[in-house]
Design a protein around this ligand. Structure first.
Ligand code: SF4
Length: 398
């Protein structure tokens, strides 16, 4: 640690800063219930604060205790999570609640090692729960904190490497305040400082407009500032270029019902209800237009054969009442891939019996209540099967 900034100084400066400039009104602040703290921490991963402000109270209202969450069907939890993306978080939330009921009698464990063993709870989340709920002297190291420490202490190795990660964890541990009592406010202050002052693109020390009003309390000691590396730190390996895929999805509509398919538990949109789809084809970007043209002339038989077994497709064809209608392509951006979905609609005179539990007929007026991936929700909106919300042709979510 640089001699210019000792750990007592760091904690004291940060706590003082929080009193003057930290966030005080977020609904998950000043909580002592580990259940609510845990829900907020999971929801805040990869979701903007403005969205969590709305959805966190709703989820707590629907599932007010860990017992209520554990007892709920997974479908209800996924439905409540709908639109927040990264659905593995919702599945883990449910699995973790059941683990707490089964292994700890419905009470959150109070040891860091036990918290780290819960489904979907990583080291930093376990640290946050331990610090906020039980005042344990344990660090957190989320992306915001990594950025603050890398800048403040001029750590210019790749923060995704194990070596630098270990170094940052050690630093985070060394900087903790000595009194357990200070841990909740210190942890919140660290989060707030990274989220509002030492931000990724517009840290306060480089923001000329705000310079007169807001000042970084560490500006005199920050190594990145002194060496003019603020926007270069932390160092991360650039992401590989996203792969592009196309697929066809089919809305099979029989009067007031549509056919849904349950996705496999593992993988993208795991466990959610979706539309029958063809296998994903990897595409070079310049081939996409051509693919679009070819698909405009597709027959109902070919379309059904793309997404069903031969027997299922034949059953559905028997009930066909109209030729397929083509919808607008939807571009869906995942973390590491782009999917262009070409939606179609086929109308049937009546709904045939289903032969596997992976499929279900759903009343159109019930669609809005299901845990649907955001892309599927938008497809339904574009076809006026779900009302309200935005229609779109491009969607960045996960
Ligand atoms: S001086 Fe700038 S880079 Fe350094 S801690 Fe403050 S806001 Fe962050």
């Amino acid at each position: 640690m640089p001699k210019t900034l000792t750990s007592p100084q760091f904690a004291a400066t940060l706590l003082r800063w929080h009193t003057q400039a930290g966030r005080k009104d977020l609904p998950w602040q000043n909580l002592h219930d580990p259940y609510a703290i845990w829900v907020s921490e999971i929801m805040l991963q990869q979701t903007q604060v403005s969205t969590v402000l709305e959805r966190f109270p709703q989820l707590l209202q629907r599932f007010p205790t860990v017992l209520a969450l554990a007892a709920a069907p997974l479908d209800d939890v996924l439905a409540e999570w709908s639109g927040l993306g990264y659905y593995a978080r919702a599945r883990n939330l449910h699995a973790c609640a059941q683990q707490i009921v089964q292994e700890y009698g419905g009470h959150f464990p109070e040891q860091l090692a036990q918290l780290e063993n819960l489904a979907g709870v990583g080291r930093s989340t376990a640290g946050a729960i331990a610090a906020f709920a039980f005042k344990l002297r344990v660090p957190i190291l989320d992306a915001n904190v990594k950025r603050v420490l890398a800048r403040l202490f001029g750590i210019n190795g790749n923060v995704q490497s194990k070596q630098v990660s270990d170094q940052l964890w050690q630093l985070a541990q060394n900087l903790l305040p000595t009194a357990n009592e200070d841990m909740p406010r210190y942890t919140q202050a660290l989060m707030d400082f990274g989220a509002t002052y030492c931000t990724a693109r517009q840290p306060i020390c480089l923001n000329n407009e705000n310079k007169q009003v807001k000042k970084c309390p560490f500006a005199g000691q920050c190594i990145a500032k002194k060496t003019q590396q603020v926007l270069h730190l932390p160092i991360k390996i650039p992401k590989a270029r996203s792969l592009e895929f196309t697929c066809t999805m089919v809305i099979i509509q029989a009067q007031d019902q549509v056919l849904l398919q349950r996705r496999a538990a593992n993988g993208i949109w795991g466990g959610l209800w979706s539309l029958p789809e063809s296998s994903w084809q990897q595409q070079a970007a310049d081939h996409l237009q051509q693919t679009q043209k070819i698909k405009k002339n597709i027959s109902a038989k070919k379309l059904l054969q793309m997404v069903f077994t031969t027997g299922q497709a034949a059953d559905l064809l028997l009930e066909l009442s109209d030729k397929p209608e083509s919808g607008s392509q939807l571009k869906h951006v995942f973390t590491h891939r782009v999917l262009r979905i070409h939606p179609w609609r086929i109308k049937l005179a009546k709904a045939p019996l289903l032969k596997t539990a992976d499929y279900a007929w759903c009343k159109i007026d019930q669609l809005d209540r299901l845990g649907l991936p955001q892309a599927i929700r938008i497809i339904f909106r574009n076809w006026n099967l779900i009302h309200g919300g935005d229609k779109a042709n491009e969607l960045v979510t996960h």
